[in-house]
Structures are given as structure tokens and as C-alpha cells.
Design a protein around this ligand. Structure first.
Ligand code: ADP
Length: 425
């Protein structure tokens, strides 16, 4: 099997968002956690998104991991690789977007790389090289106060040039609006001057389709889920990918017991946990006991063992904001959060060991802790339970076939847990 598209994402949630976008456009897509082992067995897929955590690490480490990911993807036949960054171009003067782009460009030999974080559907547009977040320029958006990478310049031609070894040019909206041939001519002109990267404007979703089509002439592009959407549509339009088969991967049942875990304390999750009491057995962990030692996890697993053959169960650490603040003031925020995440991972491990093969997890950090513990190398992305939350089928997992749903706290409707299990047979 030859991949039509390889993607390297600089963080996990960005990777999930991209994988979901590609699936919705009809690409059968796998998301891997880190660079997969060389022998990872994959089903028939069109795209692989390798999730790295390289956005805020040292530039040399980000380059090394991204190159390893690229090597793996090219080894699986990927003709085009998208380096997936945040749609708000999250980076510092030192990178990591520029250094990774430079290294991947050197590896693949492209003369010039198209770059755009635009995703008009989500309010990210680029005009004259300036990134807008909704109606304001990037440097006036909340990103100006980001704790790790405050963005003080909305002109991406300048931002990227400061991070990169190559000169950076612009393909403006006027050129783009004249169509793919005009974009190709402009890129050739820039490349002829020795310019190795071009920020391209995009204001409407249709712009992404033109960009995707032109990007496929090259071996590398840099951008957010918006250019992913453009690439996916171009692949479907070119007939390289058969549309309409994506999402089916999670339809085949795995059977066996099902469990839900909630570590998110968001408003939406609190309501979802209450609603779940109507359709499944619910255990609320005592957070003080979780911090006191392993007894609370043992109690939860014993509780689950008595009930799980009768139907799905839910185990929640979720608490109201005042309860969370009280616990944090006694133990410290990081210590409390970490201990509860690890306890949820312990519970997940115990449940899977006892035969659970359908697992729903609420909470971004909680999901990360669970997936790390279960050592699942990757997932095929399936149908959406709610906007942005697909059913996932594990690939290459030591535990065998398994369905998961991983959601950020605020996602999903009031009956999210029951909705998820309906699609996870
Ligand atoms: P969300 O997606 O809603 O942000 P996360 O799982 O990312 O959810 O973050 C929730 C954090 O709160 C985790 O670190 C989790 O361990 C912690 N947590 C869970 N339950 C409690 C609780 N009862 N008190 C304090 N912190 C908690």
C-alpha cells in the first residue's frame, strides 16, 4: 500500500484535528502516536498523520523527530508530506516552524515550499501575508499573551524569515484569484530568485482547493488543517483517492464489555456524567483518596468487575470548580492533576486487562495519559460521534482490536457517552 499523503503534526490535538478533517474529506486516515515502528501493520489507508510533541521543544530536537517522521512516511510511499502547524502559527523566533521546514525541504529537494496556516472556516485567514484570527490581526489576538509563544507580529513572511535559513516570498490573493496557473508561475518566479518558501494568502475555503492542487506538484507543504482540507480535496478530485470509503473503518464491531472514563471537569463533561447515570452504572472517585494511594483505583476496578458484564460503566473523577480549587489548594495544581491522570490511566489499564475493548475517555490530558499507558501506536479515524470527536480503531495495539473515543472536555452533546457507545459496537 502506498500512501497518498503523509503528515507530520507538531502536537497531538492538532494531529487529531487534521486526521478528522482528512477523514471527513474522504481519505482513509491513520493517526499515529509518535513515529511508528518500521514494521507497523496498517490497513488500506490513504493518509497517515504522525503526531509529535515538537511545537515547544528545542529546535534541533524538533528537526530530528520531524525528519524521522518524514523518513517513515516516505518509506510508506508518501509522495507529498504536509508539516502540520497550528493555525495561529505558534512558534518563537527560534522556531520551530522555520528550522523543521528547512530540514524537510533539504531532505526532499523541493526548490520552494508553500506555507499557509489559513483555515477560513475556523476564522483563520491570511491576506498580504498577514494572519487574521477572526476579525483581528494575529498580534492583537489572544495569541499575543500566549505563555509559551506570544505572537507579536502578524506578518508571516517576516515571522518565517526570522526562523528560516531561506528567504521567504509571498503569493498574494490577487495572484491566487487568477487560478492555479498564476500561482505556479509566481512560485517559479520566486524559486528562480532562490527564494525557498512562499507564504500564500487564503481568505475563502475555495482558495484552499487551488492551493491544495498546486501543493500536490511539490513534495512538501507547511500549514494547518485548512491546507490539509485543500490537499484532500485535490487528491479526491484527481482520482488518486476514492472518496466515500473513509469512516467505515470503525463500523465492524469488536464486542465485549464497554467502559467510559471522565477526568475532565468542564461544564459539558459534568453534565454528560450526570446524564450518563440514566443509562449506565456510574462511580465517582474520591479525589482525596486518589491522592492518598492506590486503594481508590483498586476500589474502582473491583466495583467495575462486579458490574461490567451487565452493561457499560462510567468512572469519573470530575468535580465542580469549587471542589477542584479546594483539592488544588491542598495538594498543588500540577500534583493533583498529574495524580488523577495517572489514576485514570491505571483504571484504563486494569479495565483493558480484564477484557474491555471499547473505551470512551473525556478530557484532553486524561486521554493523553490513557493512550500513553495503553501504548497504542495509532488509530484509524472513523465516523464522528460529535463535531471533532471521531470513533477510533486501534492499529498495532498489543491488546488487539479495540475501539476508542477521546474527547476534549467541552466537546459533545449532553448524551455524549451513550451517543459514543451506540457507534462503538
Ligand atoms: P479538559 O479536556 O476538560 O481540559 P483534561 O483531562 O485535559 O480535561 O484536564 C483535566 C485535568 O483536571 C486533568 O489534569 C485531571 O487529572 C484533573 N482533574 C480531574 N478530576 C479532578 C478533580 N476532582 N480535582 C482536581 N483536578 C482534577
Amino acid at each position: 500500500m502506498k500512501l497518498s499523503l503523509g503528515c507530520i503534526a507538531d502536537d497531538y490535538t492538532g494531529a487529531s484535528d487534521l486526521a478528522n478533517t482528512l477523514t471527513r474529506q474522504g481519505l482513509r486516515t491513520v493517526q499515529t502516536i509518535g513515529v511508528p515502528p518500521d514494521d507497523l501493520a496498517l490497513p488500506e489507508v490513504d493518509a497517515v498523520v504522525v503526531s509529535l510533541k515538537s511545537r515547544s521543544i528545542r529546535a534541533d530536537a524538533a528537526v530530528e523527530r520531524s525528519r524521522a517522521a518524514e523518513k517513515w512516511l516516505r518509506g510508506r510511499g508518501a509522495g507529498h508530506v504536509l508539516f502540520k502547524i497550528c493555525s495561529t502559527f505558534d512558534s518563537t523566533e527560534a522556531g520551530n516552524i522555520g528550522p523543521v521546514m528547512d530540514a524537510l525541504r533539504a531532505d526532499c529537494g523541493d526548490a520552494i515550499v508553500l506555507v499557509t496556516p489559513a483555515f477560513p472556516e475556523t476564522g483563520r485567514t491570511v491576506y498580504q501575508g498577514n494572519l487574521f484570527v477572526g476579525s483581528v490581526p494575529l498580534n492583537e489576538s489572544p495569541l499575543k499573551d500566549h505563555p509559551l509563544n506570544p505572537m507579536h507580529d502578524s506578518n508571516l513572511v517576516r515571522v518565517l524569515a526570522r526562523q528560516s535559513q531561506t528567504s521567504v516570498g509571498l503569493v498574494d490573493l490577487a495572484t491566487l484569484s487568477r487560478g492555479a496557473a498564476a500561482v505556479r508561475a509566481r512560485l517559479a518566479e520566486l524559486a528562480g530568485k532562490g527564494i525557498g518558501a512562499a507564504v500564500i494568502d487564503a481568505v475563502f475555503d475555495r482558495d484552499l482547493e487551488t492551493i491544495g492542487g498546486v501543493a500536490l506538484d511539490h513534495r512538501l507543504s507547511v500549514g494547518a488543517s485548512g491546507i490539509g482540507l485543500g490537499l484532500a480535496r485535490a487528491l479526491v478530485a484527481s482520482g488518486k483517492v476514492k472518496s466515500g470509503v473513509a469512516g467505515a473503518a470503525t463500523a465492524a464491531p469488536v464486542g465485549g464489555p464497554a467502559a467510559c472514563l471522565a477526568g475532565s471537569c468542564s461544564q459539558a463533561t459534568l453534565a454528560q456524567v450526570s446524564n450518563a447515570e440514566k443509562t449506565m452504572a456510574v462511580l465517582r472517585l474520591d479525589p482525596e483518596q486518589v491522592l492518598a494511594g492506590p486503594g481508590e483505583v483498586r476500589r474502582a476496578l473491583a466495583w467495575a468487575g462486579e458490574r461490567i458484564s451487565a452493561g457499560p460503566i462510567l468512572i469519573a473523577s470530575s468535580a465542580t470548580p469549587d471542589q477542584v480549587v479546594a483539592l488544588q489548594s491542598r495538594h498543588g495544581r500540577d500534583a493533583a492533576g498529574h495524580a488523577i491522570e495517572q489514576a485514570m490511566a491505571d483504571v484504563a489499564e486494569g479495565l483493558v486487562r480484564s477484557g474491555v475493548r471499547r473505551l470512551v475517555v473525556a478530557g484532553g490530558e486524561t486521554s493523553g495519559a490513557v493512550v500513553d499507558r495503553l501504548r497504542v501506536p495509532g488509530f484509524v479515524v472513523g465516523t464522528e460521534i460529535a463535531a471533532g470527536v471521531p470513533v477510533l480503531r486501534a492499529v498495532g495495539a498489543a491488546q488487539g482490536d479495540m475501539l476508542l473515543a477521546l474527547k476534549s472536555g467541552n466537546f459533545g452533546g449532553p448524551d455524549f457517552f451513550a451517543d459514543a457507545l451506540k457507534l462503538m459496537r
